[in-house]
Write a protein that binds this ligand. Structure first.
Ligand SMILES: Nc1ncnc2c1ncn2[C@@H]1O[C@H](COP(=O)(O)OP(=O)(O)OP(=O)(O)O)[C@@H](O)[C@H]1O
Ligand SMILES: [Mg+2]
Length: 206
């Protein structure tokens, strides 16, 4: 692609600003971080992330939801679903989240992100201390019963190829910071568990 350059071809240095992340966090009265919701389609990532955002907003906490489908419209609208494009998709989201976290905003990211390696790349970009993996667990049978978007049916009929959980793998997080099983739990219960965790992380340091 014509707009891509090699690192070695660039002559760019960083400008040091006068306001630090710590100062922005102090102004906000809370810390910032990146909460990465991973799980099968229909497991409840968007439902929980948006409900948590509303709770945070009502408490005066700055937060923003990055949702899989939404970023595909703009920021990553030029990318396909090939493995290379998926990793570029992740890289861009991770870099944007890093900027948002630096700005003092809590990021709630709802992406299936089925591959452990891709999630690790996001962790590497965002940084170990800021990255919180939240596994929204739900058996594929339940997700399929929910079939909110009708995609499971299409995947079963072979009309969608490489569908996570049906014809493509989902690699479960081995040691997520939080695991929530949404099967047999009300939305309110799941939101409550995640909100408690998120609030704990965002608490200002004494
Ligand atoms: N405990 C629960 N937590 C979250 N959602 C639940 C729960 N119980 C039932 N649901 C329902 O499951 C569905 C989850 O859909 P949602 O769009 O949030 O999934 P998703 O993980 O974002 O999927 P996708 O990856 O396709 O965007 C909603 O219809 C929601 O009402
Ligand atoms: Mg979603």
């Amino acid at each position: 692609m014509v707009y891509l350059s090699k690192k070695s071809e660039k002559n760019i240095c960083k400008f040091r600003g006068q306001v630090s992340r710590e100062q922005r966090e102090a102004l906000n009265g809370h810390r910032s971080a990146v909460f990465w919701f991973t799980g099968l389609s229909g497991s409840g990532k968007s439902t929980i992330a948006h409900a948590v955002e509303k709770h945070l907003h009502d408490r005066g906490i700055r937060s923003y939801v990055f949702d899989g489908d939404n970023v595909r419209h703009g920021l990553c609208g030029d990318l396909s679903f090939s493995p290379v494009a998926r990793s570029e998709n992740n890289r861009r989201i991770a870099e944007v989240c890093k900027l948002f976290a630096d700005s003092g905003t809590a990021c709630l990211c709802a992406f299936i992100s089925p591959y452990a390696e891709d999630r690790q790349h996001v962790r590497d970009i965002v940084g170990e201390d800021d990255f919180h993996e939240i596994y929204i667990a739900c058996p594929v049978e339940t997700c399929e019963e929910r079939d909110c978007k009708g995609y499971y049916k299409l995947a079963r009929e072979g009309k969608i190829k490489n569908y996570t959980g049906i014809s493509a793998p989902y690699e479960e997080p081995e040691a997520p910071q939080l695991r929530v099983n949404t099967a047999g739990q009300s939305v309110e219960q799941s939101v409550g568990v995640v909100l408690e965790y998120v609030l704990g992380v965002l608490q200002p340091t004494a």
